[in-house]
Write a protein that binds this ligand. Structure first.
Ligand code: MN
Length: 710
């Protein structure tokens, strides 16, 4: 090694270290903001802040304890769970600490490929500035902050390493980049199976480049072939030796004449194993607008779809989009200009275009895609900065101006981090209930709640759930929504039926696995199976029959309801999923549900906001310009032993509207009779449970658990 090489290598390492430390330090801001908040802690450590993180944590927990439970949806074979388990196993920290900090360190690795790419362009300063910006830019930070345990923690790191190895492969034609590229594809695919989109785009670009500009260079075809072997649709344990074999052949001087054949074989294998199918499937949906046809058999029930509750993404404002990618509109515009200039000066950077493309998909596919464009456009801003600084008269001024410009583009992102104080998913009281429930309930028991709470319930209580962050289609949500919003006796029956039908369906699926397609038993939604089993052809008739004394499915396990107070805020959404006529798909009239945490009292008049006014004297309520009598006025409060005390004043027994004042929560509820009688309001808000159907298990003001007795 010459002296200049060692100096450059040393500088590269120093820059990587600076950027990595910076990225970690910025992510510690959240930690120090909340370090003293006991309500955010479990087992002495701050809890995580993304729902989805709990599913990876569940998988890791089961891997470590060696538990393999059928149909519990614990992702014990997922890469995210395996990596989490590995770190929890080898590191001397608590499991809670590992799941909190893992995103901090993994996502910060993004600075390495960034600085290495810049090294290849002989512009290390650009690399450092890019790494500083990309590691903390708005959307990348949001999706990789401390406690954000999700695949995103490596979803940019891995394609950036891939981009680096492709760029260096094309630039140097060195053999080692062949194997590095292929290994990166293997790891990236293992980590994130949807990675095929980016891999295929990179492959296409290299092919295009080779055919147009560098047709005679055998190296390009070696690169393409080894990438293709890494991308075929076979298990990683088969692809890995294939990649090694290809690499071995490519190294043999006398086998060079077979390279075209090997490339051809790899492409045939790719198509033959169905490697192109997912890409083709996406094209059909997005480009050819292929409609997924609904089944022709069965009752053809109509369910409410989750997509309908996620407000139409529609048009994302330019400013939001720009902020997400660069932290500021000006930085974003400069980044685009800078990247165009960078690609003009260093054509090789055009290989990064697929990542910008994926980032810009955010305008149709949702904001989460913006993270892909973050590092590439950060290169643009950083290149502009280093180019401008070159005009400075002295070296000192050159570096000072670089630092000043870098601080200017970092500042809005720092401000965002400082202000982005997302809470933990659950608070300590809710988790206390769940972890105690875990020692009461069996692993095969079900805990029913809304899907938002599915993963954390499974993590803290180690039980089964009906719906969760991945399993929440309209037909899955319907029964749970129905239970939470119907009277107790109806809800109880539906709970027993849906759990037993869910387990029955698992058995049918297991049997189906070994049958030929034609002999497989066709499964419909649980609610449709119930309707038919009870001899109805109209689901509405079946649902009505739940009010009568029907014979229930045999009880195979215990069922618990987990009812957190926070669900009150999403009650109207929960209700939506069963507020539909399944036969016609028509939505029913929305029940009255009004929640107020901001109210003003003047003498006997209580103003609950938004034109809702409660007259305490007349016991009537004004909703806009309608004045209606109030059936009951209920006040609830917890005494010093945390026991719920209620005061129920009935003033107009024929009326439909009740007002509930929950003193300790400082919250008013204005609801109609349907909601008043619902399981959620009766069990959570009023603790008025039917002793023949339910028993109290664990109660605190934040969450309540009841066990089903039937
Ligand atoms: Mn389990």
């Amino acid at each position: 090694m010459t002296d200049s090489m060692t100096k450059e290598t040393r500088l590269t390492l120093i820059y990587i270290l600076i950027a990595f430390t910076f990225s970690v330090a910025m992510r510690m801001i959240w930690y120090y903001n909340f370090i003293d908040v006991e309500a955010f802690k479990f087992n002495g450590q701050l809890m995580i802040n993304t729902n989805d993180g709990y599913v990876w944590a569940e998988g890791a927990r089961d891997i470590l304890s060696g538990i393999n439970q059928d149909n519990d949806f614990s992702p014990i074979t997922s890469a995210a769970s395996r990596l989490t388990a590995l770190f929890a196993y080898i590191l001397p920290f608590s499991f809670e600490t590992v799941i909190l900090f893992l995103p901090v360190f993994l996502s910060s690795l993004v600075v390495i490929p960034i600085i290495l790419i810049a090294k290849g362009l002989d512009n290390l300063e650009m690399g450092l500035i890019t790494a500083l910006l990309a590691s903390i830019a708005w959307s990348y930070y949001n999706r990789t902050m401390i406690g954000y345990l999700d695949t995103d923690m490596l979803n940019i790191v891995l394609p950036m390493f891939l981009l680096w190895s492709i760029i260096w492969a094309i630039k140097t034609n060195e053999d080692k980049y062949l194997i590095i590229t292929a290994l990166d594809v293997l790891i990236y695919r293992w980590w994130y199976p949807q990675s095929y989109a980016l891999e295929f785009s990179f492959f296409g670009l290299i092919l295009f480049y080779a055919l147009i500009w560098d047709r005679k260079n055998l190296y390009n075809y070696k690169l393409l072939a080894i990438m293709m072997f890494a991308m075929i649709n076979l298990d990683g344990f088969i692809r890995f030796p294939l990649v090694l074999a290809a690499y071995y052949i490519f190294k043999q001087e006398k086998l060079q004449k077979y390279i075209y054949y090997i490339l051809a074989i790899s492409i045939v294998l790719f198509f033959y194993t169905g490697g192109f199918n997912p890409i083709w499937g996406k094209l059909k949906i997005y480009v050819f607008k292929d409609v997924v046809s609904a089944g022709e058999e069965g009752l053809k029930l109509h369910f409410y779809s989750v997509m309908q509750t996620v407000r139409e993404a529609g048009h994302i404002p330019f400013e939001t989009f720009a902020n997400r990618i660069s932290g500021h509109v000006i930085t974003f515009v400069l980044s685009i200009i800078g990247f165009v200039y960078l690609a003009y000066r260093h054509k090789i950077m055009l290989f990064a275009v697929p990542m910008i493309g994926l980032g810009f998909l955010a305008s149709v596919g949702g904001l989460r895609f913006t993270i892909y464009a973050v590092p590439i456009l950060a290169f643009g801003a950083a290149f502009l900065i280093t180019e401008i600084s070159r005009f400075m008269p002295t070296n000192k001024l050159k570096y000072l101006s670089m630092i000043a410009f870098a601080m200017a583009i970092l500042y809005p992102n720092y401000k965002h981090i400082e202000e982005y104080r997302v809470p933990t998913v659950f608070n300590a009281d809710e988790v206390k209930i769940l972890s105690e429930l875990g020692s009461v309930a069996d692993r095969e028991d079900y805990v029913l709640s809304w899907w938002d709470y599915g993963y954390p319930i499974r993590y803290y209580s180690d039980v089964k759930t009906l719906i969760d962050g991945n399993k929440h289609l309209g037909y899955m949500n319907f029964p749970v929504s129905f239970m939470l919003t119907q009277p107790q006796n109806i809800a109880a029956k539906m709970a027993r039926l849906d759990v037993e039908y869910t387990e029955k369906a698992f058995k049918v699926q297991d049997k189906n696995k070994n049958l030929e397609t034609s002999k497989k038993v066709k499964l419909f939604s649980n609610i449709e199976e119930m309707t038919k089993d009870y001899g109805f052809s109209d689901t509405n008739d079946f649902l009505l029959s739940l009010e009568t004394d029907i014979k229930l499915a045999d009880k195979t396990r215990d069922i618990y309801f987990y009812l957190p107070f926070r669900m009150l805020n999403i009650y109207p959404t929960v209700n939506m999923f069963s507020n539909i006529d399944l036969m016609t798909g028509e939505m029913k009239q929305q029940p009255l549900f009004y929640i107020s945490k901001m109210f003003k009292q003047e003498k006997n008049i209580l103003n609950l906001g938004r034109g809702v006014v409660f007259d305490l004297q007349k016991q009537s309520i004004k909703l806009g310009n309608k004045e209606l009598p109030v059936k009951r006025f209920v006040t609830t409060a917890y005494d010093e032993n945390m026991k719920l005390q209620k005061d129920i004043k009935v003033s107009s027994s024929m009326a439909d509207i009740s007002v509930i004042y929950m003193k300790n929560y400082n919250t008013f509820l204005v609801i109609d009779e349907k909601i008043y009688n619902s399981l959620y309001v009766q069990l959570m808000i009023l603790e008025e449970y039917d002793k023949s159907l339910f028993e109290e298990v664990l109660l605190n003001p934040h969450a309540k658990v009841y066990k089903l007795k039937i």
